[in-house]
Design a protein around this ligand. Structure first.
Ligand code: CTP
Length: 418
């Protein structure tokens, strides 16, 4: 559709970057970046007019996002191979970009943007393996453009920058280099490694949001642990914060957090502080390996949400208090664990506990935390007690009596109260 529309407007149009790279590596992806030599917003407007959907455009960058989620069922009618495609095969949106060059006035600044050819557009990109372009319009359909040696580096398995200021322009590319290297089992090329070594310190100036975005992407990859190990080896974690490290011995724990199905019986929340549960547990498992102060310092540097900071503290405290209780009563265990996020308790469990403590944790999750007396504040009121702090005390004592087996029926509870 895009090719036909671009052909009508007489504009060369290309699929670039990740899609072409993945196609050549035989790892199909549906991540389409479309570049137009001309005005992408005009092309997007023509597509919207003819086929529906809606647009979000940024005139400063000459980019448009064509959102097609609500017209996918109609769009598949235009695709070849009768019935071959399903609406769900199509992406929810397509990014259309006007070919452009970017200048950085100073490191980490927002770039100054100018229209350009596809060749220059490809040159502003991070690595040669991301600079291949597949042309779509008219008789050029299927032509592969390889201006910057991308094919060669794909064959060799090299992650190579296009110019020596690439990491100065955008230091997060150092993290991307590691992600691509480990994802494809490539090697970061020699000169690129030197440039990383020279630019490492620039990571200090990068915002928490941008760093977190890159780390989040790593945690959603199959080789996450290998990526973190490589970041550590290259000194990139310590550049983010001096206490930030990775050790290979943490690998299994991290992988179990990222891959193992979350146990339904734990009733874990889906997220905490706007982070999906699994990612929350993975970061926590990582940060709880550090001494408390270091864990908190790294979490602050990366601006983790409050529940993460609270969980780091809670886990550290439980690690001290729980083993110190010798043959504790259930009420003592509940007293230690109530109020702590179940995600933190699950992280503690994945981290590995002494067998006797693991049993206590399991008992708490599966039984004790659910035990509550029948009596509530209103009942105490009816008994003539003046509302106040005593309520809480009485109800806690009552719950403890249930937990410790001193009460086991509603009648016994009434007796206890009287
Ligand atoms: N890009 C860049 N510098 C960055 C981020 C992105 O030059 N800091 C370029 C890359 O060349 C990339 C394109 O913008 O090909 C699109 O970015 P993204 O979608 O993140 O890259 P993909 O290669 O598609 O990555 P992934 O396979 O992880 O989706």
């Amino acid at each position: 559709l895009i090719a036909a529309q671009a052909y009508e407007l007489r504009k060369p149009v290309y699929i670039v970057g990740g899609f072409v790279r993945d196609l050549i590596l035989e790892r199909p992806s549906f991540d389409f970046d479309v570049v137009v030599e001309g005005n992408a917003i005009n092309l997007a407007k023509a597509l919207e007019k003819n086929y529906g959907g809606h647009l979000v455009s940024h005139s400063r960058f000459g980019t448009a996002k064509w959102q097609i989620d609500d017209v996918r069922a109609e769009l598949i009618r235009y695709l070849p191979g009768d019935g071959h495609f399903d609406a769900a095969d199509l992406p929810e949106s397509l990014d259309l970009i006007s070919a452009r060059t970017e200048f950085y006035e100073y490191p980490t600044a927002l770039p100054t943007v100018e229209r350009s050819s596809i060749k220059l557009d490809l040159h502003r990109r991070d690595f040669t393996i991301n600079t291949l372009a597949l042309r779509l319009d008219g008789r050029h359909y299927g032509d592969l453009y390889d201006y910057w040696g991308g094919m060669n580096d794909l064959r060799r398995g090299s992650v190579r920058v296009l110019h020596s200021l690439s990491f100065v322009d955008d230091p997060t590319r150092m993290l991307r280099a590691v992600r691509f290297e480990q994802r494809f089992h490539f090697r970061i090329e020699e000169r690129t490694l030197e440039l990383i070594a020279e630019a490492t310190d620039l990571l200090r100036q990068v915002s928490a949001d941008r760093l977190r975005h890159e780390l989040d992407l790593m945690l959603s990859e199959e080789n996450a642990a290998a990526m973190l190990a490589r970041l550590d080896e290259l000194g990139l974690l310590r550049a983010i914060h001096p206490d930030f490290i990775w050790k290979n011995e943490w690998r299994e724990r991290l992988e179990s957090a990222l891959v193992k199905p979350l146990p339904a019986e734990w009733d874990l929340p889906d997220s905490a502080g706007h982070m999906p549960a699994r990612r929350f547990i993975a970061y926590l498992l990582w940060l709880m390996q550090f001494p408390l102060e270091a864990g908190l310092a790294v979490a602050n540097r990366l601006r983790f949400p409050r529940p993460m900071l609270q969980s780091i503290q809670a886990v550290s405290l439980i690690k001290q208090t729980l083993p110190a209780l010798s043959s504790p009563r259930p009420s003592q265990v509940v007293n230690e664990l109530d109020g702590v996020s179940p995600l933190a308790l699950y992280a503690l469990r994945l981290d590995g506990l002494a067998p006797n403590l693991e049993i206590l944790l399991e008992q708490y999750i599966h039984r004790w935390r659910k035990i509550h007396p029948f009596t509530g504040g209103e009942d105490l009121n009816r008994l003539g007690l003046v509302p106040g702090p005593a309520y809480r005390q009485i109800l806690t004592q009552l719950r403890n009596a249930w937990l410790d087996g001193e009460i086991s029926s509603p009648e016994a509870e009434q007796l206890w109260l009287s």
